[in-house]
Design a protein around this ligand. Sequence first.
Ligand SMILES: NC(=O)c1ccc[n+]([C@@H]2O[C@H](COP(=O)([O-])OP(=O)(O)OC[C@H]3O[C@@H](n4cnc5c(N)ncnc54)[C@H](O)[C@@H]3O)[C@@H](O)[C@H]2O)c1
Length: 334
Amino acid sequence: MSTINVAITGVGNVTKTLIKGLHFYKNSTEGLWHPKIAGFTVNDIAVNGVYDVDSSKVGKKIKDVITDYKTDSDLPIQAGISDDIINIPNSQVKSVKYNEFVESLKKIKTDFLVNLISSGMEKSSESYAKAALEAGCSFFNATSSKTITPQLKSSFESKGLMILGDDLMSQFGGTAFHRGMMEFMVNRGITIHKAYQLDVGGNADTQNTMAEQLREKKRKIKTESISVEVPYPFRSTAGTTEYASQLGNSRVSYYWMEAKGFLGAPIEMDLSLRTSDSSNGCNVILDAIRAAKFAISKKDITKSDIISAYAFKNPLKKTKIRESIKAFEEAFVN
Ligand SMILES: NC(=O)c1ccc[n+]([C@@H]2O[C@H](COP(=O)([O-])OP(=O)(O)OC[C@H]3O[C@@H](n4cnc5c(N)ncnc54)[C@H](O)[C@@H]3O)[C@@H](O)[C@H]2O)c1
């Protein structure tokens, strides 16, 4: 199989975990959701470019910023684009102009640009999507910034490329688990009346999400994503509620649901789920990249709808979680 080259913008928790995973899975498959996708293993993926705008990271090598795991990666972190106001604690912004970034992407001849920058960087995410299109690589937007529009999608498709997004849906995170529970209740004939999901996290991304406007936007995406599973309106709220540094890279989702069964018998559910945020995103990223590489090589670009429905909370075409996994596995898992 040919190598799938991936460049990444944003060298934060998820990127570091992804790179650690690529090293770890050279000798194991334990913990991989799909060891093989369309004939590709995780070993067929290579990271060939990384970009950030934090001056304390730019210029360093990957092996120097991943301090809790031994990697041998000499890949240097290059400066990316900074089109938003960003406050980096105890550091400064180091960026390049749009054209310089496009040239840098062209030079490394990558298949994908995976956008893993901080939440709320709307303009930078949009610039990265346009830069990918100009440089001739596909784009994967893990952030909640709205980058995919029908127009941009057709521009990518006209070049034989894909744009995938928006807002990564973790493998077993707050949203996926909530959707799974809802789907099960609806399928068992239970009527859901009220529900909420309150997320508390301790990493930099949760801290960024605390800005009121961004918190509201993410709440809207999560609430709409969950409502796909229920064919009638009900009172629902889902969102990131609090930052608690003592949680570190983990996230706790608190769920509560009120529903009714036969003769209106009440059903109440109250539970919590604790997961590791960055690890929870990586299987989905690795699956989507391998599937997209395969579909692109077969000139089957319209499969991007299947990949986006599987991997993201806010795709252009939303489908129920069970249907999205089934469609993805039928198309790509062998
Ligand atoms: N399971 C998950 O972790 C998950 C799920 C859904 C979405 N996401 C999204 O993935 C993204 C990455 O998450 P994370 O936890 O790694 O975040 P993080 O805050 O740990 O890292 C973000 C990195 O992006 C860098 N950055 C900011 N602006 C940039 C720019 N313009 N260009 C290049 N780099 C820039 C920051 O300096 C930082 O190093 C976030 O937007 C998050 O919301 C993550």
